[in-house]
Structure formats: structure tokens, C-alpha cells
Design a protein around this ligand. Structure first.
Ligand SMILES: Cc1ncc(COP(=O)(O)O)c(C=O)c1O
Length: 432
């Protein structure tokens, strides 16, 4: 492929057709229908391993990689994460259930969210998760009440809003004091006191997540420095040892050829070096556990979306059979993608053309000015880097079923999530 940073590792062109994971994508579209999401197992596992290796090499103490499952989750993906010794971050009861079904050890599951319900908290307590990452003081009160009569003590991290913002789109920037997530620094002590007063809770760490699609590790390192400074202050004031520092996820991926890939090694080294140095400066020993929560950078490039061209508005648009209901990112914040025609990938590019989704919103345009070959109805469009924040944010707009998902490995395609049916869509409706 002309840009290996955008497509799965196993991508090849054979007789003008796109092959992934040893499978002919044109044949897969025939067999399973479209829209179809393809995940390359080789790329997924290699990325997970690269993360573990990079941080193990960079950080001299314990380090954990937790896949942020909001990027894309189903049982098979959770199983792969568990097999690759990754933990999982979950945000809802069903994400928690998926972790359980996939056999993840409870201690490797962290529960996130700014509005966790009492039911979700109870489910997390019953599963015995490794930690609940507390977002706000109301949550502490709720958790304190839920844990008061339990025999086990629940480990918690406090999520701070470090007032560090990375260079990314406002919709995915989360580190400012006025962002919706995390405790403003001037409320941290009150939160610590609240946790310390709850016999059912044990404060083990501090967390921050400043945003997504970040390319400068220095921004993330700044958050690490704030976390360590707060950990040192908490130890001095309350005598509590903060044993875990979690600077979240956020590493970016290229979606188009004009963006160079992020350097995972540099990211790991920058975060680890900052943590070691800041602990030295503040006299914090032993070194805390470092927990990293990548989502997008684990799963984005392993995923390719496959659509059928349905119709044309010559000179302006190709109309495809998917769009904003399976991938809201272009409509939500102008995300850009790279695509090719999977069944005629070697054709020379024609004049740039927009690719319109099938949904009843004029903002439903998946690609703008895409340099594709001449396309006819029936041709197949493959969109690269479609693994993250696509299906996990999918809807049933216009009452359309959500796509099927295949896992591709060495010439074998396994259905890991079936296509939704019309019956699924109507199953919740009740007659008057
Ligand atoms: C708390 C938390 N951790 C990790 C992530 C993963 O971020 P990314 O997919 O950019 O790596 C997110 C995403 O928004 C998040 O909210």
C-alpha cells in the first residue's frame, strides 16, 4: 500500500483488489453484505504488544496498559485484550459485562465515567474491579454510601482536571478546569478528605485524561507533572501514599497521508522520564505504578469500513450505503479519512469527489474531495483507519441496522458481531 500508516499491516493489492488479513475484501462484501467492518487481528495484536513493549522498556517500575474500550468493544476484542495482557477501561454496565464475558481479571478493569449511576457502581463493586476512577464529589458520596456496609474495601483513583490542554479538537479536549470531566484542583483536597472519611474506600491513585488525537507527548507529560505534584502534596498533607499515576490515553493516529504517525517509543519515553524525574524532584518513593489507557491508537488502524456505492450525483457525490450512523466523526467534528475503491484499487484517480452517506442529514458526508477512481453503482469503497470511535458511537438513525464485524486472520474471516436485523430494531417497540 502507498501509505502503510493508514491501512492494516497485512494490506495488499491483488489483481486490483484490496486484500486484508489474507482475505479478499470484495469477496467478503459479497458474502456478508455492506456496510461491513473488517478488523485485522495481526495489526490489533501487534499494536497491543508494541504498547506493552514500549512502556516496559521506558519505565523502570510497574506499568499497565488498559485498553480504553469506548474506542471499540465487543466480546472478541475484549478477549484479545485479555490474551495480550492488557487491562480494560469501561464506562457502562454493558462494557463491564463484556469484560466479564471475555474473562478479564477483575483487578485489570477500571471503571470510568462522569455520571456513573448507583446501579453501575454496584455492579463494579460486585465484580471487584481493580479501581473505580472517581470523577466528582457527588460520586464519592454515592460510593461511600454503597460501600459502607460491604466487607471489602474498594480501591479508587481520583480524576483531576489538571488544566492542561493538548492541541486537539475542542470536542475531544478534556483537561481544562472547565471541561466536564474531573475535579478542579482547588477541590481536590476536599475530595481526598471525603474518600479518607469513607471506610469502604481506599485512595490508591490519581488520574487525568487531557484529550484524544494528541501528537505531542510533551502535552501529556505536563499532565504527568501535575499528577505527581498533587500526589506529593497529598502525601505531605494527609500521609497517603499515591501508588498509581494514570495520565489517561490520547495518542493520535494519522487519518490522511499528510499526517505523520505518532512515535510510540518517544511517547512512552517522554511520559516515563517525566514521571521518574518528577518523583525524584518531589521525593516520592517508591515509583508509582504507571497506567496508560490508549483507545484510538490501539484499534483505529486495524479497522477498515467497507461500503457499497449505491448511486451518483455526477461531478459532486458518490452515495454509499452507510455513513453517519456507523461513523459520526466527519459530521460531528469534521474528521477526515482516506479511502479507495476496494474492487478496483489500482485504477487511476479521477477528479476529487465527495462521498455522501445515506442518511437524511446534509452533514452526512463521509469524505470530501476524495481522489478515487471512476466509480459506478455496485463498486466498493474501503475507508481506512475506521476502527476507533465509529461503531462504538453508532446509531440506528433512519432505522437502519448496525453493520456486521469480521475479524480477519491469515486468510480466515470470523464473524465477531452479526449485522443487526430489522427484527432487532423493532424488538423494543410495543403496540398501542
Ligand atoms: C478517561 C479516558 N481514558 C482513555 C481514553 C482513550 O483515549 P484515546 O482513544 O484517545 O486513546 C479516553 C477517551 O476519551 C478517556 O476518556
Amino acid at each position: 500500500m502507498n501509505n502503510p500508516f493508514l491501512w492494516p499491516d497485512t494490506t495488499t493489492l491483488q489483481a486490483g483488489r484490496l486484500w486484508i488479513g489474507g482475505c479478499d475484501t470484495t469477496a467478503l462484501a459479497e458474502e456478508y453484505g455492506t456496510p461491513l467492518y473488517l478488523f485485522d487481528e495481526t495489526t490489533l495484536r501487534a499494536t497491543m504488544r508494541a504498547y506493552r513493549k514500549a512502556f516496559a522498556a521506558a519505565y523502570p517500575a510497574e506499568c499497565r496498559i488498559h485498553y480504553a474500550s469506548k474506542a471499540f468493544l465487543n466480546t472478541a476484542v475484549a478477549q484479545i485484550a485479555a490474551q495480550e495482557s492488557l487491562g480494560l477501561d469501561v464506562v457502562s454496565a454493558a462494557e463491564l459485562l463484556t469484560a466479564q464475558r471475555a474473562g478479564l481479571a477483575a483487578e485489570h478493569v477500571h471503571v470510568h465515567g462522569n455520571a456513573k449511576t448507583a446501579d453501575e457502581l454496584l455492579r463494579a463493586l460486585e465484580y471487584g474491579v481493580g479501581a473505580i476512577v472517581i470523577d466528582n464529589r457527588d460520586e464519592i458520596a454515592r460510593l461511600a454510601a454503597l460501600t459502607a456496609s460491604r466487607s471489602t474495601v474498594q480501591a479508587v483513583l481520583l480524576r483531576i482536571a489538571p488544566n492542561v490542554t493538548g492541541d486537539t479538537h475542542a470536542h475531544i479536549s478534556t483537561g481544562a478546569t472547565d471541561a466536564k470531566f474531573g475535579l478542579p484542583l482547588d477541590t481536590l483536597d476536599a475530595a481526598v478528605e471525603q474518600v479518607l472519611a469513607a471506610p469502604g474506600l481506599r485512595l490508591i491513585g490519581l488520574h487525568a485524561h487531557i484529550g484524544s488525537q494528541l501528537f505531542e507527548p510533551e502535552d501529556l507529560a505536563e499532565a504527568v507533572a501535575v499528577l505527581v505534584a498533587q500526589a506529593a502534596r497529598i502525601r505531605a498533607r494527609y500521609g497517603v501514599v499515591i501508588g498509581e499515576i494514570s495520565p489517561g490515553g490520547g495518542l493520535g493516529v494519522p487519518y490522511t497521508a499528510d499526517t505523520p504517525p505518532a512515535d510510540l517509543g518517544r511517547y512512552a519515553r517522554t511520559l516515563a522520564a517525566t514521571l521518574v524525574e518528577q518523583c525524584r524532584v518531589h521525593g516520592l518513593t517508591p515509583l508509582p505504578r504507571l497506567t496508560i489507557e490508549p483507545g484510538r491508537s490501539i484499534v483505529a488502524r486495524a479497522g477498515v469500513a467497507l461500503y457499497r456505492v449505491v448511486a451518483r450525483k455526477p461531478g459532486y457525490y458518490l452515495h454509499i450505503d452507510g455513513g453517519m450512523a456507523d461513523n459520526i466523526r466527519p459530521a460531528l467534528y469534521g474528521a477526515r479519512y482516506t479511502a479507495l475503491l476496494a474492487n478496483r484499487a489500482a485504477d487511476p484517480a479521477g477528479p476529487p469527489i465527495h462521498v455522501a452517506g445515506r442518511y437524511c442529514e446534509s452533514g452526512d458526508v463521509l469524505l470530501r474531495d476524495a481522489p478515487l477512481g471512476h466509480a459506478e453503482p455496485g463498486d466498493l469503497l474501503a475507508v481506512a483507519t475506521s476502527g476507533a470511535y465509529t461503531l462504538s458511537m453508532a446509531s440506528n438513525y433512519n432505522l437502519t441496522p448496525r453493520p456486521a464485524v469480521l475479524l480477519l486472520t491469515n486468510g480466515v474471516a470470523r464473524l465477531i458481531q452479526r449485522r443487526e436485523t430489522e427484527a432487532d430494531l423493532l424488538a423494543r417497540d410495543l403496540w398501542l
